[in-house]
Structures are given as C-alpha cells and as structure tokens.
Design a protein around this ligand. Structure first.
Ligand SMILES: [Zn+2]
Ligand SMILES: [Zn+2]
Length: 180
C-alpha cells in the first residue's frame, strides 16, 4: 500500500502554514484515494452527489451519521419543496468536487450551500451541529442510497403533504423533542 506521504507533492519544508494545512487535509483525502485500505464494514455506504448542471459535486466515504426528513419552513423554502430529505456526514469524510458551491447564511449560525451556476441547493451547516455537514438527499447520484430514519420539525408540515410512514416524528428536532 502506498503511504499517504508518497502521494503528496513535494513541499517547501520551511512553509509552516502549508504543513499545517496538509496535516488537516490528509485524513480528509486519504480515505477517498485509498478506499480499499478500509475494512468492508467501514464502507457500508459511501456515495456521491451532484447539482442539476453537474458543476458542483461531492463525494463521501463511510456511512452517514444519520438520515431523515426536515419539515421546517426554512428548509422548505430553501429547497422549494414540501419537505427536505437530508443526511449528515462528518466533515473529515466528505469533500467537494468540481466547482465549489456558493453559500448563503439563512441565519447567523446557518450556512446553506448551493450551486453558483444552476442554483441547486446542496447542503446545510449550522454551528449547533459542529463537525458535520447535512447534504440534501435528492442530490445523490443514486437516491436509493438514502435510508431515512425520522422526521424533524413535524409541527410544520404543509397541509397537502400526506406522510404515511411509521418513522418517528419529532415536533422540533430529535435532540429536544419527543417523537410522536
Ligand atoms: Zn449546478
Ligand atoms: Zn429544516
């Protein structure tokens, strides 16, 4: 197996900032470059996604932290959809490919990512969910990879959307609300 250092370009050893950047990035890129070095059970689900025009893409390794639906008004307006389907991935297990998405701060602590070319909503980040990004499941290259487990902000669904699944339905978030 190649070592990670052998895959890195030569650097100027006197550049401390560059070394620090490399330290941060190495675990981020290594799993994607050397997928076979991970045991099979650690690769239960990996995947990739893209926007409508294909300029913004992402790839992630490892099973998502969680998967579910959000019915909050903010997500619905952002996605122009009756509900947002999304899943969480740890920051060290994904990376953007192609043209990096643009961002919009929908609240002081919330950053939403979207393709700067075609406008497709791609992902959500919030300070109250440190260390993870929430990708919108409908951007997945294979939507069958999405395995939803719950609904959050279920007090806000649009009246004409009829949900018939048996998944737990939280009035606010799963962190601070009881499931119905
Ligand atoms: Zn696009
Ligand atoms: Zn939401």
């Amino acid at each position: 197996m190649k070592t990670v250092s052998s895959l890195q370009p030569q650097e100027n050893q006197s550049c401390r900032a560059h070394r620090k950047f490399k330290q941060i990035q190495m675990p981020f890129f290594a799993p994607i470059m050397e997928t076979n070095s991970y045991p099979a059970q650690e690769r239960i689900m990996s995947g990739s996604g893209r926007c409508l025009c294909g300029a913004a893409k992402f790839k992630f390794e490892r099973k998502p932290l969680w998967s579910g639906f959000c019915h909050c008004e903010s997500c619905r307006r952002n996605c122009a959809a009756p509900v947002a389907a999304f899943f969480g991935v740890a920051n060290e297990h994904y990376r953007w490919l192609g043209t990096p998405p643009a961002t919009y701060k929908s609240f002081a602590d919330v950053t939403r990512h979207f393709c700067a070319k075609c406008g497709t909503p791609m992902a959500y980040e919030a300070e109250r969910f440190p260390g993870e990004i929430h990708f919108y499941a409908t951007t997945l290259d294979d939507p069958a990879d999405f395995k939803p487990k719950f609904h959050v902000h279920y007090k806000e669904p649009v009246e004409w959307l009829h949900i018939t699944d048996d998944l737990p339905k939280y009035q606010t978030t799963s962190l601070n609300g009881n499931a119905e």
